[in-house]
Ligand binder design. Structure first.
Ligand code: GLA
Length: 390
């Protein structure tokens, strides 16, 4: 569903629930990462794009007095109540911690939204590795900007949302998801240097290729501690190598330090160092429309995430194996898991004229291999967060 249509639907849902039209309407997209996985918190490069799946919020002031932001939504049965007149702390329901953390960040900057009645509708699949949580954070931030009239710089806005995720949701995530949800641009991938925080838009408009997402429908859960564990292992490797982060490390230096490192820590670092290199190469290959090279880099990224970083799962591996067996003759250049891992989505670079056939084979073979249904969908690179009303 395109954003205009979705926004109109959400406005209508607000009206049905609150018996008046919304005063504000804002949206923030999810993302798919084309390559550069688990590199952001190592100061490396990432290459994501915003997708045409969004968290949308419709809002108005409450009819009575009060400083409570009340959020009801299509997906969550339990509404969120955030009292903006008192210090905001993490609390139930669990999903409310994303908007809670963002509201707290704005209030700390002197931008208090006051009381609101909000209707939330998100089309970003939850736990699908497509940043449903970043979309919710950035959507909340965009709403508070609209309500208070206090626009903050895009980088600051993304960092505020990342902080919300760290402090309220307990996930020590990097900066990729929030950056691309804020700064995505239609028709472009976002090459983000996570050390300097500089961004570069990489056009991706060749009509002969598309990105296809395939959701394993295995729910991924980043709060489980595996993410934090990987992050700590990377920091341990950097320490042994005597560099501030793995961005400053080379494959040769890592090889030399092998005997001084735990085997698992060595393999984690080997993934990160290789993946940073692959991401820079992929950006160049996309600029040159060298789709075969992009595809090879995607497959290499997957193998490294599966074997060295160990964040894949049987279902993601199954999707990539099926993609490989369909191959270039069937229209697939490359495929890899995307996002944090342990479930969620794979992303494939495919020939546009093969999408229908690929979707059919991928779905059927995935069912045969795993007994599960895959959800397969495409997206063009979308724009970042927007205010749709007023
Ligand atoms: C999650 C995090 C990101 C990034 C990816 C892995 O999506 O939120 O910051 O680390 O995992 O690349």
């Amino acid at each position: 569903m395109n954003l205009e249509k979705l926004a109109a639907q959400v406005a209508q849902e607000f009206s049905q629930n609150y018996k008046r039209p919304p005063r504000w309407l804002v949206a923030a997209p999810g993302r798919v990462n084309v390559i550069g996985e688990h590199t952001d918190y190592n100061n490396g490069y990432v290459l994501p794009m915003a997708i045409e799946y969004y968290a949308v919020m419709a809002a108005d002031r409450p009819t009575g007095d009060g400083a409570v932001v009340g959020i009801r939504s299509t997906a969550q049965t339990e509404p969120a109540h955030i009292d903006t007149a008192a210090p905001i702390t993490p609390g139930p329901p669990r999903w409310s911690n994303y908007p809670r953390g963002v509201a707290a960040g704005f209030i700390a900057r002197g931008l208090n939204p006051g009381g609101l009645e909000v209707w939330l509708h998100s089309t970003v699949p939850l736990g699908g590795g497509l940043s449903s949580s970043a979309a919710l954070e950035v959507c909340t931030a965009t709403l508070i900007e609209a309500v208070t009239g206090g626009k903050i710089e895009p980088v600051e806005k993304a960092l505020l949302c990342q902080k919300a995720e760290h402090e309220f949701a307990g996930v020590p995530c990097g900066i990729m998801d929030q950056f691309v949800s804020v700064m995505g641009r239609e028709g472009h991938l976002l090459l983000l240097d996570c050390r300097s925080r500089q961004t570069e838009l990489v056009p991706m408009r060749d009509p002969s290729v598309e990105l296809l997402m395939a959701n394993t429908n295995v729910h991924h859960e980043l709060g489980s501690g595996q993410y934090a564990r990987r992050r700590a292992q990377c920091e341990a490797a950097a320490k042994i190598l005597g560099v501030p982060s793995l961005r400053e490390a080379s494959a040769a230096a890592l090889e030399q330090a092998k005997s001084r490192m735990d085997g698992e820590v060595f393999r984690r670092a080997r993934h990160v160092i290789g993946e940073i290199e692959r991401t820079v190469q992929a950006a160049g290959a996309i600029r040159a429309s060298n789709w075969e090279l992009v595809g090879r880099l995607m497959y290499a990224s997957h193998s490294s995430l599966r074997d060295d970083y160990q964040v894949s799962c049987a279902e993601l591996d199954a999707l990539v194996e099926i993609a490989q067996s369909i191959g270039l003759s069937g229209g697939i250049y490359g495929c890899r898991m995307t996002g944090g891992g342990f479930g969620g989505c794979a992303v494939a670079l495919v020939k546009s004229d093969s999408v229908a056939a690929i979707t059919k084979t991928l779905a059927a073979d995935y069912k045969k291999k795993t007994g599960r249904e895959a959800t397969i969908f495409g997206s063009r690179p979308a724009a970042g967060a927007t205010v749709l009303k007023p």
